[in-house]
Every structure is written in C-alpha cells, then in structure tokens.
Design a binder for this molecule. Sequence first.
Ligand code: 9YW
Length: 450
Amino acid sequence: AGRATPRALTDVETAGRAAYALRGNDRGRLTVAAPGLYPHMWSWDAAFIAIGLARLSTDRALTELETLLSSQWRNGMVPHIVFSDGDASYEPGPQRWACRELSADAPSGPATSGLMQPPVHGVAVRRVLDAARRAGRAEERAAGDRIRALWPALLAWHRYLAERRDPEGRGLLTIYHGWESGLDNSPRWDEPYSAVVPAAAFVPFQRADVHALGSVGGVAAQRPTDGDYARYQWLIEELRRARYDDARARDTLSFLVADVFSSAIFAAAAEDLAGVADELRLPGAEELRGQADRFRRGVAATTDDDGFAADLDLRTGRTLRTRTIAGFAPLLCGGLPAARRRRLVDTLFSPDWCGHPGLAVALPPSTSPSSDAFDPARYWRGPQWPPMTWLLIWGLERSGEPEAAAVLRASALDQLSDGLFAEYYHPFTGEALGARSQSWTAAVALDLIL
Ligand code: 9YW
C-alpha cells in the first residue's frame, strides 16, 4: 500500500494550481462545479467550494453561499442545482424540472432543480467565520454581518430538513432520489432502485455526461449505466407528478430512503451553526442543538457492533447494510461510545478499506474493495472522491481522533499532488477519472494545504 508515485508537485504548487482552477470556474457570483461537464452550481459542491475559498478570500466564499441561498425555495429547501445562464448542455435542464410551472414554492430568479443535496452549508459557514477571524477584526466583522443576513435562510433550511424530511422524528433524513444523497449510483441504493420501474411509455432523454466527457477513453465504464439513468429520469417524472410537494412525494414516490450519511452531515452542520449562533448572538441555538442531538442519535441507532452505520429503505422497512463509505457516518457527527468509535476507526484502516494492499494511495474507496458491488472505475461504486476524504479527515479531527486524521491528510495530499483536481480517482491505479479541474476537489486541496 501507499504512494504509487512520488509527489508530482509540492503542496505550495498544488495550492497555487487549485486557486487557479477555482478561478477558472468562477462565473462572478457562482463557481461552476466543473468546466464542461457540470456548467452550473451544485449545492453541496458550493459548500465545499466556500470552505476552500475561505482560505483565499472570505468575501468570495460568502458570495458563493449567498448565491446558493438566494435560490432557496419558499419551503426552505436549498435546491441541488442552480442553473447558470447560457449553458444548456446539461440534462436534466430547467425545462425538464419545470419547477416554477409545477410548484409555488420554487423561487423566482435563476432556474433550479427540484431536489436537495447533503446540507454541508452550516459547516461552511463555521469555517468561513473561523477564517475571517484569523484574518483580523475588520474581516471578522464583515463576515459576521453577512452571516447575520444569511441567518434566516440557514435556519429555514435546517427547519425544512428537520420537519419535512424527518416528519416521524427518526433522526434520519429522507431522500427522494439517489442524487439527493450526492452519491448517485452508490451500491447503497441498488435495492431501493430495483423498485423504480419506468413506465413502458416513458422515453428517457439524452444524458449529457458521457458526451461531455467523450474525448476521454472508456468513459461509459466510469459513469452510472443507462439503466441507472432511466431510473433517475423516471423519478424526476414522479416528482413532477407530485408537484415537488413533500407530503405527496412521501405518498407516491417509488424511491424513499433514510440516508444515514446526509443525516450525519446534518447533525454536524447543526452543531456548527449552534456554535456560530452563540458567538454572533443569533437566534436558534437551542433549536439547532436539538437537531444535532436528534440526528446524532438517529445515526448511532443504525450502527452495528463495529459502529458501521446503515441506511433504511422506508418503502420496505429494510435496513440497507451495504459496505460503502457512508457506513462511516458516525465519524462525522459523533455519538458512538469511545470503544465503538475506535472499532470504526480500525475498520477504516483495515484491509477492507484504507489498508487494502492494492490501493495506490491509502484513502477510503467509495465502496469497499471486499464488497461484491465494488467496481474500481465506476463513479460512486469504488473510486476515491477527495471531498469524501475531506469529510472524514474533518470528522476524525472533531471526534477526538487526530492521529487517524493526520494519516488520511498525508495520503490525501499525495493524491492531490497530481495537480489535476479530478472528479474521482481509481483506487488501484491512482488514475484521475471523470472531470478535471473539478471545483470541489480544488477547494478541498486548498483547505488541506493552507
Ligand atoms: C450528476 C457535481 C455533482 C456532485 C454529485 C455527483 C455528480 C452530477 O456531480 O452529480 O449529473 O449526476 O454525484 O455528488 O454534487 O460535482
């Protein structure tokens, strides 16, 4: 195990290139997720981008969050895509979603999708405030004022999640689509997706990803399959029929899952925002701590003896114990007794994960190489994704595991020293896969280095 090739770039050089990549993707008030492939703003990407930008300019980092939150839905949902003008290449585009036509909750202003993504935003707010403090009094004051202005939107977002996405008070967020998890084609969702059957008359639209990446060889084997895509599209059709209404969605969708990884992120973000509320004397600290507590417990309640967490198929009541990176959710939000947390960290470094002898860089693959569903090149079914590595490093640091965090951090910097900021990496060959100059990859590089 360990490094396949020596570092190509020094950390300083990598950081310089990361800043340059983000700059290239900057469209003024938003950063596109990746040039070519994803020419719009994605919700959780924007949060990671703000975390990275905070190392360069807290002013620009806050602009990113302001842009995203200005497209918040009236019910509080922060949409998973905010479409930027002038690029119609991505499908499903605004016409396909038809949010404004179908829902009075959809915002005026730029078109959005009708789904959400994991709520990393509170974490970003915390980190931007910390960065502003390090920069000095004036910057701290300016950031504090802008966070105060964003506060009602942040509280509404968290309230939407706690109320509409967990009406039963389980402490787990319900998702309506694999896209909402951010881990689109993860084996976590194979079982629930088997119940998603497009109607015979349904004509799938042309997907854009394989065409955007067309110049790179073997791309189809590195993306979700056409069968996956037909299901993704059919679920959008179901959501349209439910008019993006949460109560109707809950009653009618053929995919309804309690997502443990998003739930852990939510718990941690709520905790972070509660701290910000205390420090800036903003309302809602108690409500936020209540969310953190409820979801931390919700996540812990899904774990096995080793602390490994599971999703829940709400349509069948079945627990989904797949061996994916989402199982490490408790390392993000805490809530495990110390001995069980230790076992979970041991699992993370075991041969089933980072300790697998075939890895080019000892970082967690998105799916365990010992799982039958593992596919080293295909998107969320095996490759390593730098923002997920970042989440684990950050989670280990905050949950009292600094040595483990430091080990992952060193490996992450090895991987990122290719200076390509790939969307994802082949765990065995170390090869860069998917888009290049992917914004959230560059952003986490900046945060880890600076
Ligand atoms: C898509 C932008 C997004 C990420 C998701 C990832 C991918 C886009 O890219 O989805 O069209 O499926 O799965 O997590 O936010 O980087």
